[in-house]
Structures are given as structure tokens and as C-alpha cells.
Write a protein that binds this ligand. Sequence first.
Ligand SMILES: [Zn+2]
Length: 366
Amino acid sequence: MTAAAAEKPRRTDWNTLIREVISGEWRDPETGKRCDVPFETIRIEESLDGGAADLVAPLKIGRKLAVVSDTNTFEAMGRRVAKELKGWTSVEEIVFPGDTHCDEPTIALMQEKTRHCEGCVVVGSGSLSDTVKFATFKDGRKYASFATAASMNGYGAVTASVTLRNGYKTSVPAHAPRGVFVDLGVNAVAPAWLSAAGLGDSLCRPTAQVEWWASHRLFGTHYTKTPFDIFNVENDEAEMIRTAPDLAKHSTEANGYLYRVLMQASFGNNIVGSSHSGSMGEHQVSHWIDMFAGSAHPGTTHGQQVGVASIALARLHKLLVSMDKPPKVSPTRISETDFVTRYGEDIGGLMLLKRRKRRSTPWMPR
Ligand SMILES: [Zn+2]
């Protein structure tokens, strides 16, 4: 623990503000509206040991449940959650390999393996959670999520990050879990590089805000600062940065603040109705690496890439605002053939379609 952390009284309630937003008490200061969230509950606790049935039962996701974990998360929490749920309902335990990717064949396999169950409980992080999210979305079943590492901000999101058959990695509409449960004790002992990835993903807040605001000022697109104000209400982002060095020491407090920021990013997504408040140029850089690095891909995670790209983009922003004269912007002209030559038949074609769609947005370069 750092010296500064030692001086502060230990936080015990990790759900303030989160609880108010979910219950509808919280109002958007700009519009007076509640934030409609797509899940029934989020609980961040120091320990959830013994409580899985009490947490899952009220969600009404079914009486025959698949508890899905992978070879890493089964030992960390999957076995325990399955055992606790078995005291209440019928459970089928399904364990995937540790390196599960959220791609189309894996999603189909998830549907097949869990098809006898009414609902799913996923015990895992990033890819496994997104695989269950998209598989249950496809066949109209509900699911709940027990997070095992603070590695990403998508636990409560309604979108899933999926690699399509042609290799194109994209964010696709899906559904949110009915409940997200975080046992900080379990999460704190996860490998430190996973929570570092979550920290990296969270670092995009300032660059995303600057780029979204710039788009608003330059092109008149919609912008609201509410998602960013939420971060400041309880100073969570500052606390996350203050305690960040303790992530490497597996501190529950550092994981607690990180989770609060990760969850509030999901709220931002719901307030805005898009990913603008938490995904801009830095995310494009990361997706680009994943799609085109091929065998040169260093095996880095989404969060690690976003963290580094956020710093790079912040430097670029600084350079732009320090220029004596405003930079001249001109349309990027890429021919149809160029798209295919650069990105290949499949992905090039898909990107071309996306670009054509954007042409209907008046401010986009034509
Ligand atoms: Zn991200």
C-alpha cells in the first residue's frame, strides 16, 4: 500500500452512486432524466463468499442453469459459484479452455454446450463473458455475470466484442447480463496484468472526451458531459489513479476503485446510447492492431493497447492545441480498389460498406 493510501480511511461501501443510478434515484443534472440501465443489479463487495444463490435467484434467469467458467476461472471462483447455486437449483458445470476467444465458432459451441439450460451464469472476464453474452443474446436466454478480473469495462455493456469469420473484430449489439457481481477478494488475486489491462482501458476517458467534444464543436454532433461528471461525483477516477500502483500488489482497495470506474463507463454507454464517451481514436488504434498485426501481434490485450494508444493520442492532442495556426483538414480519399488492396477482399469490402454508411453523416469527409 502506498503512503497516501495508508492515510485515508478504508472505504467499505463500493456501491454508492452505482446503487442510486440503478434504482432510478440518480438524475442526469443536464436533463433531469434517470439513467435507464439494462441490468437489474451490480454488486461490488469485498467478498461474496456463500452468497451466489441469494444474488442469482431474484434475477429469474431460469431454474436450470449453466455455470460457465474456463480452466483459469473455474478454480478461482467457478467451482464455488456452481456449488452455491446447486444448493438452490439445478446446475450444469461447463468449463472452457483458458484461452477462449469470442469468435463465431466459439459462440456456436457455447450455444451448443449450454442448450439444455434455461439461463447461464458466466464466471470469468473479457472474452468468456462476451461469448456467453452473445450466445445467450442469439437464442434469447438470460444470463448473470460473476467477474473474475478487472480487465475491461464491458461487463455491463449491451454490446459484445466479436471476431467475425472473416477476421474482422467488431462491437456487435447484444444484451447486458441481468446482474454483475464482483467479489473484490477473488478479483484482487487475479494476475496483475489483467487489472493493469482494465486500468489501461479506463485511461481512454480523457482522450475520448476531448475527441467527442471536438466533434461536437467542429461538426455540431451531439455531446453531453454527464458521463464524465459521474466520474467526478465521488472522485473515483482520481482514487483509481492514486491506488493504481497497488494493483500490482493485489490490493482489494485498488481493485475496488478500478471497478467503480469500469462500471461507471458502462453507465456512460447507457446515458449516451453509444460508445462515444468511452471509445474514440484510441480504441480504433487497438482494433487496428488486432485486425492487421497478424503474426506480428505481440499478444497484448485490448486494455494494454488502449492504455498505450490513449497516451499516444493525448500527445497528439497536445501537439494540435500547441500549434500556432489551426491544422488544415481535408477528406481522405480512398478508392474502392484501394480498400480491397489494403485490407483484403473480405474486410476491405466490409469497411467500404461502413464508409458508405458514414457518407450519409453530413460532417464526414466525402
Ligand atoms: Zn475498451
